[in-house]
Ligand binder design. Structure first.
Ligand SMILES: *[C@@H]1O[C@H](CO)[C@@H](O)[C@H](O)[C@H]1NC(C)=O
Ligand SMILES: *[C@@H]1O[C@H](CO)[C@@H](O)[C@H](O)[C@H]1NC(C)=O
Length: 192
């Protein structure tokens, strides 16, 4: 009885707090540098549930959270924890992407290339959904919400160095006011 109560709570907690994440290519995940930079509270939220809204991590910001913890840029996840995941994307590479939507929250979403040093967008979105994850479309959702491709443009040498650029998927549930992000770091070698 008690065990089934706990189980019910866990199932509810999963559906209440789990929302969305890129599943391929493998995005940045939590690691020790995240804990060093953001503190254990935010790091635990981000590692316990890779689909949790960033706002849940913001609630755990503490004195241990440093100025280098930018939760709204790549979810606060750190390149240093993800050097094994850095991809190489020459200009024109078509990158198939998949997303796991655990709970549908209507709002805009897009995929952009971001400059990880200035934490700014580089150019227009590569893919954009004016209306993403509308719960009203749950029975027959657009296929491109969970499976789509982006074409990496020629970035003119701006992404030649390790750690300069990421692909960032961004979704904002405008009614629940919750933000989801996933980042895939990459380099684009200079043409010989
Ligand atoms: C992507 O969406 C976010 C939030 O909805 C928005 O702030 C941002 O400007 C968009 N990016 C591009 C490149 O349009
Ligand atoms: C995504 O799919 C929807 C519905 O099939 C379509 O209307 C929309 O144009 C597609 N978006 C992109 C960016 O291709």
């Amino acid at each position: 009885m008690f065990a089934s109560f706990i189980l019910t709570c866990l199932v509810f907690a999963t559906s209440a707090f789990a929302h969305g994440v890129v599943t391929s290519p493998a995005p940045r995940r939590a690691g020790t540098q995240l804990t060093n930079v953001c503190g254990t509270g935010p790091a635990q939220v981000l590692s316990n549930d890779v689909t949790a809204p960033i706002e849940n991590a913001v609630k755990q910001v503490s004195a241990a959270t440093t100025a280098d913890c930018s939760l709204f840029f790549c979810r606060g996840l750190q390149l240093a924890d993800n050097l094994d995941l850095v991809q190489t994307f020459p200009a024109g590479t078509v990158v198939p992407m998949t997303i796991n939507i655990r709970v549908r929250h209507i709002g805009p979403a897009n995929v952009s290339i971001v400059n990880t040093k200035t934490q700014s967008l580089m150019g227009p979105a590569l893919f954009s959904w004016p209306v993403f994850a509308d719960p009203a479309a749950a029975a027959d959702p657009p296929k491109n919400e969970t499976s789509f491709s982006v074409t990496i443009p020629d970035l003119g040498g701006q992404c030649a160095q390790l750690g300069a650029c990421s692909i960032q998927w961004w979704w904002f549930g405008s009614q629940v006011k919750q933000t989801y992000e996933s980042c895939i770091d990459f380099v684009q070698p200079l043409d010989e």
